[in-house]
Design a protein around this ligand. Structure first.
Ligand code: NAP
Length: 429
């Protein structure tokens, strides 16, 4: 008789429900692939009636004490799907200390405490997997760790936040304002009532930290990531970008040069012909440049109960295979390099600058003098009258450093009558 591998869930919300559905709907294939059944026997919850109905349907015992799962010798794997840092972090540590393998979808936690948890997992000879923490349903971590293991990755560019991609799609395609798209995303359940983590780029930064570890072996902290979100982005700038041949996207990037790596999240003008420009609404995509394969892109749903649960169940099945082969205790990625960051004066890009200035003679000369003084040329310029007595000017600069663009932004903002409306990176062709 086949022995069932038993699983305990910590949290039974959107993703937890998806895990129960996937395990039930695909049970024949799962059983066939790992040589026996994989079943959730217990779930740690804060009880309510809906969870009781769910538990009855899937034959899961609801518990309110973590110990009920940790002290159950039958449970081999614990899935943390509570979210955020505490109590999730303490629960995972306790599970590893109790000798349980752990699967989590928690990007906040893995980005900020992943090294500590991975070290504890190794010490306890347990596995810790977290495929669903980046881009939900896209198997990107496993692809980098396994399929691209022999390749030399130089750039990872991602649309890794579905909420902001949905909002930007609406701004670009329907010329809705930032505020209108945010309300719509909240009504559709894509954005939370407090959208800070999404619109300010924090969620994407967590994912880029995890991708940096997989692609370059380097552990990066939040204060080492340059983060700018889409809050307050104007539809006028999005439309002008479109007229210039670009689509504005919130891009997470981690790039490697001889000096080290640079990790960043910011709105970027993506050339309309670039594959990332075609990723619409809540879809996610990760675009990788590497010396062996060249360019490759992986796209799909970045969230949702079933896509996320599919990644979690794949992690569970990987662990079961490792238990059977007696190869447990290896890290999800073993690639480790000392962290080296590219200095800001070596990070080069073209920039889109949008500003208002008095619609009078001599003002344009002032602008070009600022740029000449700071040794920045420009390759495209658009000028239009704004609703006030000002002119709105948009220009795309030649390549300049992140340090220099900071000085340019400050100088423009300090010039009498000038208002800098936005400054965004422009991706090369
Ligand atoms: N949703 C997605 O599409 C998606 C995609 C990728 C990754 N993730 C990640 O997956 C994780 C779970 O997300 P989710 O969307 O499923 O969140 P969710 O629907 O809010 O579910 C979280 C569940 O955890 C429960 N919980 C919170 N504190 C608890 C505690 N101390 N003890 C027991 N249960 C507790 C909550 O209980 P109550 O019901 O009582 O509040 C809730 O049912 C997060 O780390 C998230 O970032 C989600």
């Amino acid at each position: 008789m086949e022995k069932a591998v038993k699983v305990g869930l910590l949290g039974l919300g959107v993703v937890g429900t998806g895990v129960l559905e996937i395990l039930s709907d695909h049970q024949e294939k799962i059983r066939n692939s790992i040589g026996g059944p994989l079943t959730v026997t217990k779930a740690l919850v804060r009880p309510d009636e809906n969870k009781k109905r769910l538990a009855e349907k899937y034959h899961v015992e609801l518990v309110t004490e973590l110990e009920s799962i940790l002290n159950d010798p039958e449970i081999a794997i614990v899935v943390e799907i509570i979210g955020r840092i505490e109590p999730a972090k303490s629960y995972i540590k306790q599970a590893l200390l109790a000798g349980k393998h752990v699967v989590t979808a928690n990007k906040d936690l893995i980005a900020q405490h992943g090294s500590e948890l991975a070290a504890l997992a190794q010490e306890r000879h347990c596995n810790l997997y977290y495929e669903a923490s980046v881009a939900g349903g896209i198997p990107i971590l496993r692809t980098i760790a396994n399929s691209l293991v022999a390749d030399e990755i130089t750039e990872v560019l991602g649309i890794v936040n579905g909420t902001t991609n949905y909002m930007l799609t609406k701004m670009v395609q329907e010329h809705q304002t930032y505020e209108e798209t945010l309300v719509e995303a909240q009504c559709l359940g894509f954005a939370e009532s407090d959208p800070t983590n999404d619109v300010d780029g924090i969620d994407a930064a967590y994912k880029m930290i995890i991708l940096s570890k997989f692609a370059f072996g380097m552990t990066v902290t939040m204060d080492q990531v340059s983060i700018k979100g889409i809050r307050g982005l104007s539809v006028a700038d999005v439309v002008t970008a479109e007229q210039l041949g670009y689509t504005v996207k919130l891009i997470g990037s981690t790039i490697k040069r001889t000096e080290g790596i640079a990790v960043e999240v910011s709105p970027v003008l993506v050339p309309s012909a670039h594959p990332l420009a075609a990723i619409h609404k809540e879809m996610n995509a990760v675009f990788i440049k590497s010396s062996g394969i060249g360019e490759s892109m992986y796209c799909g749903p970045g969230a949702g109960a079933r896509p996320t649960a599919t990644s979690i169940v794949a992690d569970l099945m990987t662990i079961v295979n490792k238990i059977q082969l007696n190869t447990i205790g290896h890290c999800f990625t073993a690639y480790t390099q000392p962290t080296k960051l590219i200095p800001a004066d070596k990070i080069m890009s073209k920039y889109f600058l949008s500003l208002e200035m008095p619609d009078e003679s001599g003002q344009f000369l002032k602008l070009t003098q600022i740029l000449t003084r700071l040794q920045v040329g420009f390759e495209q310029i658009v000028q239009e009258k704004s609703q006030s007595q000002n002119a709105r000017v948009v220009l795309v600069t030649h390549e300049t450093s992140a340090t220099n663009i900071g000085t340019i932004e400050k100088t423009i903002s300090e010039e009498k009558g000038f208002t800098l409306l936005s400054s965004m990176k422009v991706m090369g062709e």
